[in-house]
Design a protein around this ligand. Sequence first.
Ligand code: ADP
Ligand code: F6P
Length: 486
Amino acid sequence: MTPAPVTPQRPLVVAANRLPVMRAADDSWTPSPGGLVRALLPMLRGAGGAWVGWTGVVDDDAAPFTLDGVELHPISLSPSEYDDYYEGFSNDSLWPLYHDAVRESSFKTQQWDAYVAVNERFAASLAEVAPPGAVIWVHDYQLQLVPQMVRELRPDATIGFFLHIPFPPWELFARLPWRSEIIEGLLGADLVGFQRLMGAENFALIAQRLGLLADPTAGEITVAEPNQPTVLATATGRHVKIGAYPISIDVEEFSELAAERNVRRASATVRSGLGNPEVVLLGVDRLDYTKGIGARMRAFLSLLDDGTLDAERCVMIQVATPTREAVEHYQDERHEIERLVGEINGLHARIGQPVLHYLYRSLSLEDLVALYLAGDVMLVTPLRDGMNLVAKEFVASRRDVNGVLVLSEFAGAADQLTDAVLVNPHDDDAMRAAIVHAIEMNHTERTRRMAALRDAVARSDVRSWAERFLEDLTGIAPQQSGRDVS
Ligand code: ADP
Ligand code: F6P
């Protein structure tokens, strides 16, 4: 179903680190998988919009092109920018810092300089391609300087920013040598959206402590409800809305896939391939150290070691997508996970029957949904996560109203999925208890919880998320030009 464009009279231009396309085998472009792309492309198409981003290939000087009526404007990254802007500042400085500093960040001036240069390139491209009075929507931590840069180049535009990952508290954020520059960059937007209320409040408090708000002595700034922005008055005399806009998935897509006969057949094949065990535990993540994959494997190992779980009756599947493989923390994490897989199978597998099945690769959406249907207990145990869409995808796929979700309290999804078995992944005993509780849960409680989870996921999907954000954004008239373009 293609929704009507939210702002038919105002062109929408999106900027994200990656373009919403992948190169197919024949070198043509196809839309990337993922709910965000599927939600935004129809809005761009309907509003004569465009998307500015990187093709994912270094030194790719691809010219602008059109896909299904949407203009795509590639941003080129040199090999050294890939190292310094993408792997370095974005994924070795900001990523760990914004995820509770679960790994040490590196702070290098050369990487910061590349981050500034690439943000400037995005801003220049946006300023060039955005039609007069456009709505510009900038996404995520790689592009936090872009809002203010675009504001200076294009005061007629209305600018939104959404952060897909957590926003940390002052105690962590203050470590960043360029902390004021980042906040000033974000304050260039008309609306800054976060996944959780906590992220929005952290941002307001930090802006205040850095002296970037009009009244640095004002009391605590609270953001009371999701989807209800609060207005900040900045030291430069502007008004910036901030709010929590929890992202979701394309619920219909997962539900429809789960009903397909080939997907259900593939799910049955998975279970028979495992030897039809009584219990299948499932994990599906990027192989990221924030995802708590090791914590859940260690809990599984300890339950096998002490005989609480029986390897003949209970198996685990862990799918881990390769990601950011040149960054050292990711290499370390992969080694640790693969060591654990070896240890667990070495101690508890039988000939021809691993107790932990580990796949280090990406899967098709059909295969992913088949796994969601094959699992009895889905383990989503990040140490910190902006939202975690896998948890919502699992729930949307379970038309059978069965299966148990074990979910970390530190995932944004825990705010909506309160009927999951919520767990603190830092607490080994709590992890063990949550897994046992999920396995032993009776049918009545399982279906009651899953029905409630499915209601929660059905209440908001990625299209309504985008519409809500854009409605709140476009309610703001452009401030510097004074020109009403709505
Ligand atoms: P993050 O954005 O940190 O990767 P999310 O859970 O929010 O975490 O989103 C991950 C997305 O990647 C989900 O849409 C999920 O379906 C997809 N995904 C995760 N693992 C795989 C895999 N092995 N193959 C294909 N897609 C995957
Ligand atoms: O969750 C943040 C995020 O940047 C997602 O938007 C993206 O799908 C994922 O992490 C993987 O990121 P990368 O673009 O570095 O592969």
